[in-house]
Ligand binder design. Structure first.
Ligand SMILES: [Cu+2]
Length: 177
């Protein structure tokens, strides 16, 4: 059973508009990311591939974070929480079209990372939501944070801030089953 987000605050409403707009821009932009800047982190059997964040306009209170999570272990794991120094709090969200409208909602149980599999957080889909930003995210900067997995534990990561119109890097989204 799904429950739609209740947009109690103006922040939430403007966050949704900003992300929906950004997703639209992403659909139109042709953007290539140099594989040379990809970076990764590892904890237990989880590989954290190229965490990045999209630059935010001045005054924005929220931003999106993206990453590919690979699990080379035989046990499923789950991304349960995240932190970022620049954000008051961080949530793990899902975004989807519903009745022609882009909606997003927090994932109360986190995001599963299947055994011997991977999950991609990317624009227009699952994402890490930086809330209550203390400063804008500027292209070229790095944001320190952490990801916590139910089984593997917590790993420190840096999110590389890429352009406002940046699309997901094209690696990691083509696993065949
Ligand atoms: Cu969100």
């Amino acid at each position: 059973m799904t429950h739609l987000p209740r947009f109690r605050s103006a922040t939430r409403r403007s966050a949704l508009r900003a992300l929906a707009g950004a997703a639209l821009v992403t659909g139109l932009a042709v953007f290539s990311v140099d594989a040379g800047i990809a970076h990764e982190f590892k904890i237990g059997s989880i590989e954290v591939v190229h965490p990045w964040a999209r630059a935010t306009p001045a005054g924005a209170k929220v931003g999106g974070g993206y990453v590919v999570l690979k699990n080379d272990g035989a046990t499923a794991d789950r991304l349960v929480s995240a932190t970022a120094e620049v954000a008051g709090r961080v949530e793990i969200h899902e975004m989807a079209m519903k009745d022609g409208v882009m909606t997003m909602r927090p994932l109360p149980d986190g995001l599963p990372v299947p055994a011997h599999g991977e999950v991609a957080l990317k624009p227009g889909s699952y994402h890490i939501m930086f809330m209550d930003l203390k400063a804008p995210l500027k292209q070229g900067e790095s944001v320190k944070g952490s990801l916590t997995f139910e089984k593997a534990g917590t790993v420190d990561v840096t999110f590389k801030v890429e352009g406002i119109g940046a699309s997901a890097p094209d690696h990691g989204s083509h696993s065949g089953h």
